[in-house]
Design a protein around this ligand. Structure first.
Ligand code: FAD
Length: 295
C-alpha cells in the first residue's frame, strides 16, 4: 500500500526545480510513475512530495532541428509517443523500433523516456542505443541549464550525474551521417532485456571507416567497447568482421552477476546480440536491407 503523499504540478521546469530544492529529500520527480510508484508501494522509499512534471507545457514535444540535423525529444515523451512519432520513424528508425519493443503496451503508454533514463535501471533499452548515437541530455534547474553527454550521464547501477534539483528536460539526438547504419539488438529472458548491443557503422567502398559499439544490460551501465570498435575500423564490411568484433565484445564487456544469469552466460549473450547488431548495421549502411543509407 502507498503511504500518503502530496502531488504538486509545476508549470515550468524551473518551478519544478525550485520545489525540489524547497522540499529537499522529501520530494522527487514524478513522470509516468511506472518505476517510482512500484518503489513506493514496495516501501523501498517514501517521498511525501511528488513533483508531477507531465503538465509542464512543451516537455513532451518531439521536434527536428534541420540546421543541427538533430532530433529533440522532450523528457516526458512516452515510449508509445516515440514508437509512433513520424519524426522518430523518419530520422531514427532504430529508436522507433526499440521503443516499440519496450515492456508492454501499458508500460509504454505511461512510462516516459526521461523516467527511463533517470531511473538508470541497467535492464533497460534506450540508454544503450542513445549512447551509441552520441545523444546529449539537457538538465534544467532554477539556476539554469546544462548539457551532458548520454555516455557520461549514467554513472553506475541506478546512479546518474543528475543533481537532486535538476529536471531532465530534453535529449538531442544527432542524425547519423551518410553511409552509416544503426542497429540495436537485445535478448530478453524476463520482463526486461538481459543483454543488448547497439552498433553504428560507417562504410566507404566496402570498408568500415567508423564504428561505435555499446553493450547494455549485462553490466551496471551502458558501456562503449573500444577494442571491438578499433578492430572493426579498416575491416571489410562483412559477417567475418562482425564475428571478430563479437569475440572481442565477449572478452572486453564488463558484467555484473545476479541471481538469474552467470557472468559467462551474459558475455556469451553479448557476443551473440553484438554480432547481430553489427551485421544489421552493415546491411543498413550498404543498403542491403533496402534502406536509404547505401554505401
Ligand atoms: C513491467 C515492466 C517492464 C519493463 N520493461 C522494460 C523494457 O523492456 N525495456 C526498458 O527499457 N524499460 C522497461 N521498463 C522500464 C520502463 O521503461 C520505465 O518504467 C519507464 O520508462 C519509466 O518512466 P516513468 O515516466 O514511468 O518514470 P517514473 O517512475 O515516473 O520515474 C522514474 C525515476 O526517474 C525520476 N524522473 C522521472 N522523470 C524525470 C525527469 N524528467 N527528470 C528527473 N528525474 C526524473 C523519478 O524521480 C524516478 O526516480 C519496464 C517497466 C515495467 C514496470
Amino acid at each position: 500500500m502507498l503511504e500518503p503523499f502530496s502531488m504538486h504540478q509545476p508549470r515550468s521546469a524551473g518551478e519544478a526545480s525550485a520545489m525540489l530544492s524547497h522540499f529537499g529529500e522529501d520530494a522527487t520527480v514524478y513522470a509516468g510513475g511506472t518505476e517510482l510508484l512500484v518503489v513506493m508501494k514496495e516501501r523501498l522509499a517514501h517521498f511525501p512530495h511528488l513533483i508531477d512534471i507531465k503538465r509542464i507545457p512543451g516537455l513532451a514535444d518531439i521536434t527536428y532541428d534541420p540546421e543541427r540535423r538533430e532530433l529533440i525529444i522532450g523528457s516526458t515523451a512516452r515510449h508509445r509517443d516515440l514508437e509512433r512519432s513520424p519524426l522518430v520513424r523518419q530520422w531514427l528508425p532504430a529508436l522507433a523500433a526499440l521503443e516499440a519493443s519496450v515492456a508492454n503496451v501499458r508500460v509504454r503508454a505511461a512510462g516516459t523516456i526521461g523516467g527511463n533514463l533517470c531511473f538508470a535501471e541497467p535492464h533497460s533499452d534506450p540508454a544503450t542505443l542513445l549512447t551509441a548515437l552520441d545523444a546529449r541530455l539537457t538538465l534544467t534547474s532554477a539556476s539554469g541549464t546544462r548539457e551532458i553527454a548520454m555516455a557520461s550521464f549514467i554513472t553506475g547501477l541506478m546512479e546518474t550525474n543528475r543533481r537532486h534539483d535538476e529536471i531532465l528536460t530534453s535529449l538531442a539526438v544527432p542524425e547519423s551521417g551518410p553511409r552509416t547504419g544503426v542497429a540495436y539488438e537485445r535478448f530478453k529472458l524476463h520482463e526486461r532485456p538481459t543483454a543488448a548491443v547497439a552498433a553504428l557503422v560507417t562504410i566507404e567502398s566496402g570498408t568500415i571507416t567508423d564504428a561505435r559499439i555499446v553493450a547494455g544490460s549485462v553490466g551496471a551501465r551502458p558501456q562503449r567497447l573500444p577494442d571491438a570498435e578499433a578492430m572493426l575500423r579498416g575491416q571489410s564490411a562483412n559477417e567475418s568482421s562482425a564475428w571478430l568484433a563479437a569475440d572481442l565484445i565477449r572478452m572486453e564487456v564488463e558484467t555484473t552477476s545476479d541471481a538469474f544469469e552467470s557472468e559467462a552466460y551474459k558475455r556469451q549473450l553479448a557476443r551473440t546480440v553484438g554480432y547481430r547488431a553489427i551485421v544489421a548495421a552493415i546491411r543498413q549502411a550498404t543498403g542491403a536491407d533496402g534502406s536509404r543509407h547505401a554505401a
